[in-house]
Design a protein around this ligand. Structure first.
Ligand SMILES: [Zn+2]
Length: 93
């Protein structure tokens, strides 16, 4: 049995569904090693998966950054509104 070839977990995530389990099939040629997502069945080469993951990671970091900035801005706006409500004579410096 060559079951060891399959269901090997790779510390990468599927760009399509975000799944972290892949079936890894080592091809005849080392350059065409295929990985297949266990969740959605997407097939891609190992190199492509790694490339897409590095793009994903930076995209994700950007998204988190934007969300954080947006939340912080919302919070600031809310607390400013409260400050305005609390006093009729507020001065903005
Ligand atoms: Zn997937």
């Amino acid at each position: 049995m060559k079951s060891e070839k399959y269901n090997r977990s790779v510390s990468l995530h599927c760009p399509t569904c975000g799944g972290g389990m892949f079936e890894y099939d080592q091809g005849v040629d080392e350059t065409i090693e295929l990985v297949k997502c266990a969740s959605c069945g997407r097939e891609t080469t190992k190199d492509e998966l790694i490339r897409e993951n590095s793009e994903n990671i930076s995209e994700h970091a950007k998204e988190i950054g934007n969300e954080f900035v947006k939340d912080a801005a919302d919070e600031l706006r809310k607390s400013l509104k409260k400050a305005f409500r609390g006093s009729k004579h507020i001065k903005i410096k």
